[in-house]
Design a protein around this ligand. Structure first.
Ligand code: R5P
Length: 312
């Protein structure tokens, strides 16, 4: 069975980098939008009997990218792919993993079901917001983490006065990982979400007075969490400087403007999501290219993923 890789619209650049690392040419695949708005996908190369990896972040616009993933998977299945794996560097809808208020959908579960229904047999994903994704999905999920690489990237920013900050309770475990690896204390900001764009902070656990904060999170979406956490840290007496590390940099809405108003030393993100062009922030991008290439290589060769998976 030969290896085949193709990238959807959301992951063209990362897909090309992975293909280059693996020494293969990505499969040709054309997606067009019909006048009524429907997407149409057509493969340009044979996948019959091949071990196919589809790279597609389900990042904004998530509906478009999800639909394209479903259509590519369905096209591969109907064209006789031997095995079908979806490599999803950013797994959208993962924050909707429970009914937090009442009459809501559990979108993370539904999305996982739809991916399976489209013909995907296995998912490879990176730092999914809910680790429960493994339990939510009816197919195997190989859950990877970019945190090891991000820790290396953040090390030069650390000093004696650095404190790692979880901007909400959900990021506590993540902050502990950074804190332990870097030998730094952590603080936890207590956040309540008011709306998609707005959050409120009710307090901080840990001493931040005179400290240089590095906020760690799984994702930056509107930047509201970072902004609110920073203002609370400042009130708590932290130094007026800030670094931020997150696996997924979505930067939606007015995130760039919001973050630009903060005294940012550096924002470190992975390339799970393509950054907006010409964004003016001091961003450092750590590529998932090597990690994802290695996982694809090992899965294709049916070798163990020991040491690569996230069991947090
Ligand atoms: C939420 O629990 C996540 O871990 C992030 O803190 C959140 O999604 C970031 O979103 P935003 O940048 O819009 O505040």
């Amino acid at each position: 069975m030969t290896l085949a890789l193709l990238a959807g619209a959301a992951s063209q650049l990362l897909g090309a980098r992975i293909a280059e690392t693996l020494g293969i040419a990505p499969l040709r695949c054309e997606t067009v939008r019909f006048p009524d708005g429907e997407l149409h996908v057509e493969l340009g190369d044979t996948v019959r009997g091949r071990d196919v990896f589809i790279i597609q972040a389900t990042s904004p616009a998530a509906e478009r990218h999800l639909m394209e993933l479903f259509l590519i998977a369905d096209a591969c299945r109907r064209a006789g792919a031997g095995h079908l794996t979806a490599v999803i560097p950013y797994f959208g809808y993962a924050r909707q993993d429970r009914r937090a208020h009442g009459r809501e959908a559990v979108a993370a579960r539904l999305v996982a079901d739809l991916i399976q229904t489209s013909g995907v047999e296995r998912i490879v994903a990176v730092d999914v917001h809910t680790p429960a994704i493994e339990a939510l999905a009816g197919i195997p999920v190989e859950h990877l983490s970019a945190v090891h690489s991000l820790i290396e990237a953040v090390q030069p920013l650390c000093g004696d006065a650095t404190t790692i900050v979880a901007p909400d309770l959900g990021a506590t475990r993540l902050a502990e990982r950074y804190g332990q690896a870097l030998g730094l204390p952590i603080a936890i900001v207590h956040k309540t979400r008011i709306s998609g764009e707005q959050v409120r902070v009710s307090g901080i656990t840990g001493d931040v007075r005179g400290r240089s904060p590095i906020i760690v999170d799984d994702m930056i979406s509107t930047g509201g969490t970072i902004e609110a956490a920073y203002h609370a840290l400042l009130e708590g007496g932290c130094r007026p400087e800030l670094s931020v590390v997150a696996t997924h940099g979505l930067f939606v809405g007015n995130a760039i403007d919001r973050l630009q108003s903060l005294p940012l030393r550096q924002v470190i993100v992975s390339d799970s999501v393509l950054l907006p062009q010409s964004e003016p922030l001091p961003v450092k991008v750590i590529s998932l290219r090597e990690l994802l290439s290695e996982v694809i290589r090992r899965l294709y060769e049916q070798r163990s993923l020991a040491g690569l998976l996230e069991h947090g």
